[in-house]
Design a protein around this ligand. Structure first.
Ligand code: PEP
Ligand code: MN
Length: 353
């Protein structure tokens, strides 16, 4: 930490700050400038008391961190990207992954049909919410455990690993048997007790950026998971709230580039929730790849006009197939390769051909 003193600080004031820094367990180094003095405090901020409280001293102008506030997930701590394993797929290496599926799980027929078409088009993981954190209490809230059973069935039949959102710690037990990647939605990015519960499961987490979260807050939410023993985290940019209303959210391309540069975690993009409309999803997807994304999450529904949630931003299977074609040249220009479906995990079930 750097403690900047006010210009009026006397020798006695400087000494009192130095004493305070030492008492907190840090080694103080006084740097005397022409106009003002700063005290550099050297020590491990992860194990020692924070010096931020010194900002309340009358002679202190500012207390500035030298290190990043997120440590475990930073590239400083680990230069290589953490490999996150989902089923037999691995995020963070050369392979690029597309997670596809509807916003909500509605019924078996819908999920099977979307899973099969998405898989045929090149998606390697299936999404679909059984628990839905809806803005309005009058909107469809998800099928809950019935939805989980549908996801389980579709996973058995197609071999696609499941990415689905968890909204409450109390749902974790039934979800554990089925889910390959737990999604933390934008509304729960700062639900630190839910993050702690997820960390204890050791399962991969897809951490969406909060609606109004800064990039640093997003990284710090990932740090909560890593600090509590779970570094299997994939960051997901899904657009943020701004004054713009041409799109549902504003897709923050910079966040992808910054996350790739500063953080050691894989990063994916969700252009569906960013755009809120289907006509620009391909363009946003290609931009995300160019910015360095390791994957995409795309909402696909067999009949978007009948979707229980997020129909206006859901691609139909044909549109999704076209999108998968659109991204190929950009993937190849960026040295990425679309991951191959994992047919090895498909279970053949005589009763469910
Ligand atoms: C979703 O993935 O359907 C969802 C609710 O996303 P978000 O949390 O980004 O709004
Ligand atoms: Mn949705």
């Amino acid at each position: 930490m750097i403690i900047v003193l006010k210009a009026i600080a006397t020798k006695e004031d400087i000494q009192s700050v130095v004493d305070e820094v030492r008492q907190c367990g840090y080694e103080p180094h006084v740097i005397t400038g022409v106009a003002r003095t700063v005290v550099a405090a050297v020590g491990d901020e992860t194990t020692q008391q924070t010096l931020e409280t010194l900002a309340s001293l009358p002679v202190v102008e500012n207390v500035l961190p030298i290190q990043k506030r997120y440590k475990l997930v930073s590239r400083e701590a680990q230069a290589e990207t953490t490999l996150v394993h989902a089923g037999r797929h691995c995020f963070g290496a050369r392979d690029f992954h597309v997670i596809a599926g509807p916003c909500s799980v509605e019924n078996l027929e819908q999920m099977l049909s979307v899973a099969e078409s998405a898989k045929a088009a090149g998606a390697t993981l299936l999404r679909g919410g059984a628990y839905k954190p809806r803005t309005s209490p009058y909107d469809f809230q998800g099928l809950g455990e019935e939805g989980l059973a549908i996801l389980h069935e579709v996973k058995q039949r197609t071999g696609l690993p499941i990415v689905t959102e968890v909204v409450s710690e109390s749902d974790l037990i039934p979800m554990l048997k089925i889910v390959d990647v737990f999604q933390i939605g934008a509304r729960n990015m700062m639900n630190y007790s839910l993050l702690a519960a997820l960390a204890r499961t050791g399962k991969p987490v897809l951490l969406k950026r909060g609606l109004s979260a800064t990039i640093e807050e997003w990284f710090l939410a990932a740090e909560y998971l890593a600090k509590q023993g779970n570094s299997q985290v994939i960051l997901c940019e899904r657009g943020i709230r701004t004054f713009e209303c041409a799109t549902r959210n504003t897709f923050d391309i910079s966040a992808i580039a910054i996350a790739k540069q500063e953080c050691n975690l894989p990063v994916i993009a969700d252009p569906s929730h960013a755009a809120g409309r289907i006509d620009i999803i391909s363009a946003l997807s290609r931009a995300a790849i160019a910015a360095g994304a390791d994957g995409l999450m795309i909402e696909v529904h067999p009949h978007p006009e009948k979707a229980a949630s997020d129909g206006p931003q859901s691609l139909n299977p044909e549109q999704f197939s076209l999108l998968m074609q659109d991204i190929l040249p950009v993937l190849s220009a960026c040295g990425r390769r679309l991951s191959k479906p994992d047919n090895g995990t498909v279970k053949t079930d005589a009763t469910n051909p």
